[in-house]
Design a protein around this ligand. Structure first.
Ligand code: NAD
Length: 282
């Protein structure tokens, strides 16, 4: 599949990161958000990220403007009509995403692939909302998109081999390493990572060791670059709790029970770095 123009819905943290890596790879991008201020913030973020790369000698100063020029920011969903591939990266909410996907499906050209960057919603369920479920796929980037090398390419039961292959090729073209994943709650990375963080919260709650010791244990004993509790502070404790709740609910398995301490901290507003307080204070 020859992808010349890529559409993105949502200019937030993920949307603008996806825009940056695609435009850097030479793809024309249409980035659409309902909020005009979010569109501008998205473009400003890309510009600041590129400046940082120039300072670090990872990008030629002359290459910046052509990258920015390849990104067309808009609040008009209709501007996505000519896109060959569309990535939905709007707010994580099932009803919102269903509505957006129906609208995109109605205006996207025949043959265009529609992907979602959802972290927690079933790809199969979302695929069922469009008239082209074979051309629907999960394309799960990681935050911050320009830095993180992985993309999980997630197949709903309806996703065709051609759609899967085109998505995998796109991930490689924008410099990422794709892994193939079947649709399932938490996909692969969150399914493995977040229960580990949750278990670290249980260990802390049971008083087996202090936060610093749990983190040092996993850094020095398991060779993790950052301990699970420090990582939870980075991700946001509310996000970690939301992932555990999805796993618990969808699998209906008590092994995914959220740690009471995690819930307690979220209730208190101790959400991690963004609240300047989580398992650590900042
Ligand atoms: P965000 O809040 O930074 O951005 C979401 C954007 O969507 C906002 O700018 C909002 O105005 C826009 N939006 C809402 N409704 C819209 C609509 N109807 N049409 C167009 N735009 C609309 O959120 P984010 O962190 O970028 O997350 C986006 C998606 O990516 C979510 O599905 C999330 O689960 C997923 N995701 C997030 C991360 C992460 O670490 N943040 C990682 C992987 C995947």
């Amino acid at each position: 599949m020859n992808i010349q123009t890529l559409g993105i819905i949502g200019a937030g943290q993920m949307g603008n990161g996806i825009a940056q890596v695609c435009a850097t790879a030479g793809i024309k991008v249409v980035m659409c958000d309902i909020n005009a201020a979010a569109v501008q913030r998205g473009i400003d973020t890309v510009s600041a990220n590129l400046d940082r790369l120039i300072k670090k000698d990872k990008l030629l100063a002359a290459d910046k403007q052509p990258i920015i020029d390849r990104i067309h920011g808009t609040t008009d969903l209709g501007a996505l009509a000519q896109s060959d591939f569309i990535v939905e990266a709007a707010t994580e909410n099932l009803e919102l995403k269903k509505n957006i996907l129906k609208d995109i499906d109605a205006l996207a050209k025949p043959g265009a692939i529609i992907a979602t960057n959802t972290s927690s919603i079933s790809i199969t369920r979302l695929a069922a909302t469009v008239s082209r479920p074979q051309q629907f796929v999960g394309m799960h980037f990681f935050n911050p998109v320009p830095v993180m090398a992985l993309v999980e390419v997630i197949r709903g039961i309806q996703t065709s081999d051609e759609t899967y292959a085109a998505t995998e090729a796109l991930a490689r073209r924008v410099g990422k390493t794709p892994i193939a994943v079947k649709n399932s709650p938490g996909f692969v990375v969150n399914r493995v990572l977040v229960p580990m963080i949750n278990e670290a919260a249980f260990v802390l709650q049971e008083g087996l060791a202090k936060a610093e010791e749990i983190d040092s244990g996993m850094q020095l004993g398991a060779n993790h670059p950052i301990g699970p509790l420090a990582l939870a502070d980075l991700i946001g404790l509310d996000t970690c709790l939301a992932v555990m709740e999805v796993l618990y609910r969808e699998f209906n398995d008590p092994k995914y029970r959220p740690a009471p301490l995690l819930r307690e901290m979220v209730d208190a507003g101790y959400l991690g770095r963004k609240a300047k307080r989580g398992f650590y204070t900042y």
